[in-house]
Design a protein. Structure first.
Length: 402
């Protein structure tokens, strides 16, 4: 652990913004898609791939860049990713063909991949145990504001100015983060070039798999993420098409999920001062379990009052505020020398799981409530089972989390 690194609010703000680069780049661009399609005479289905191509870049980039950061240090990889993000953002903003926009968005996703994995690795470089969990929780609080505000800002920019403006705003955000990284952050990792990169990768994977507490934390994170993403990505269909709320209500109702995570993260930071990490994770799992049972009962009946249904979704999200940051701290803690690779593996699986959850819900969607919420309920129960079977081992193997 790098003890020469002083943690302050500005550093946490920069790290939190890094974790939110991907979410901002997706959520702010959504309002541009129909207008982009019309202006460039492209099929709407092809224009929607601007999100998918970006997510593919994020998913593909994390593991190689995380591994390289373990090998040469965090800062060179961060600078490389952010410069790529800004340059490809400029190309996206001025491109006059859908093909060039899709290519640029994919490259931008590769650049954005450093945000999630490297920021988490840097937290492990400078802290451990409860301190890591506290910093990660603070970063999640910052991250939470992005999906609440980005769609609203993106919609405003499109309707008031032009469909290109959200892409310009995303690029400006990347440039600001690049400036913040240069001004506030410094190298936290220790370069390790003693072995060839292929052997370093194989050794890192074996080491990651060998720690059951890391696998335990990873499973909790990935399963809970698959669950909430399956509903979040279909939330507009649920709210507007099934429950027939006005379109202008969607942003407010959607923001309640982000507010739930924010409240959970805020409470989590206070609980960390008094309780073990594993106990706080258990509390989050209980909330997820209760909400999942409620959602499965609603799915069985295939009907419910919207307040009950959306309240259950928000309760699930509240539980993730107690779970994800703490589970990440547990997963990273025994692996300080390969924190970049470990964080990138978990981040890639989160990204892959989010895609699977979104695709699965979209595939089975038939206009019913059941098929929108079923996967969230099932993943929530699986999260509970993983915790029940793994918590004793995690409590025994976890480092100083008391």
């Amino acid at each position: 652990m790098n003890k020469n690194f002083t943690i302050n609010k500005r550093i946490i703000l920069v790290l939190g913004c890094l974790t939110g680069m991907g979410a901002l780049s997706i959520d702010m661009s959504l309002a541009s898609i129909p207008f982009l399609s019309f202006d460039l005479s492209a099929d709407l289905s092809l224009s929607q791939y601007t999100v998918g191509f970006f997510m593919a870049g994020v998913g593909i980039g994390q593991i190689p860049l995380g591994l390289i950061s373990d090998r040469i240090g965090r800062m060179p990889v961060l600078f490389f990713g952010l410069v790529v993000f800004v340059i490809s953002g400029i190309v996206t903003s001025i491109a006059n063909s859908i093909e060039l926009i899709l290519f640029a968005r994919f490259i931008q996703g590769l650049g954005a991949s450093v945000g999630l994995s490297i920021s988490r690795a840097m937290v492990r470089d400078i802290s451990s145990g409860k301190q890591s969990a506290d910093i990660l929780s603070a970063m999640m609080m910052i991250f939470t504001f992005i999906p609440m505000l980005a769609p609203i800002i993106g919609g405003f920019l499109v309707h008031q100015i032009h469909w290109r403006m959200p892409f310009i705003a995303i690029t400006v955000f990347g440039a600001i983060i690049l400036f913040g990284v240069k001004k506030e952050l410094k190298e936290t990792g220790v370069a390790n070039k003693n072995i060839q990169i292929k052997e370093q990768f194989r050794k890192g994977i074996r080491e990651f798999i060998a720690y059951r507490i890391s696998i335990f934390g990873m499973l909790l994170i990935v399963l809970s993420t698959v669950g909430y993403m399956s509903v979040i990505t279909s939330s507009s269909l649920l709210i507007i098409e099934i429950y027939q709320f006005p379109v202008e209500w969607f942003g407010i109702l959607f923001a309640l999920t982000g507010l739930s995570v924010f409240i959970g993260s805020l409470m989590n930071r206070r609980l960390l001062k008094r309780y073990k990490i594993i106990k706080i994770i258990g509390f989050g799992v209980i909330l997820i379990g209760i909400s999942s049972l409620s959602l499965l009962f609603i799915a069985k009946a295939n009907q419910a009052n919207f307040i009950l249904l959306w309240g259950s979704v928000c309760l699930y999200m509240l539980g993730t505020g107690f779970l994800i940051s703490n589970a990440m701290a547990l997963a990273l803690d025994p692996l300080p020398k390969i924190a970049g690779l470990t964080a990138s593996i978990i981040g890639s699986l989160q990204n892959f799981g989010s895609s699977i959850g979104s695709i699965a819900t979209g595939f089975i969607y038939n206009g019913s409530i059941r098929n929108v919420i079923l996967l969230m309920g099932l993943c929530g129960l699986l999260t509970v089972l993983i915790f029940i079977f793994g918590s004793k081992t995690a409590n025994r193997l976890s480092i100083n989390n008391s």
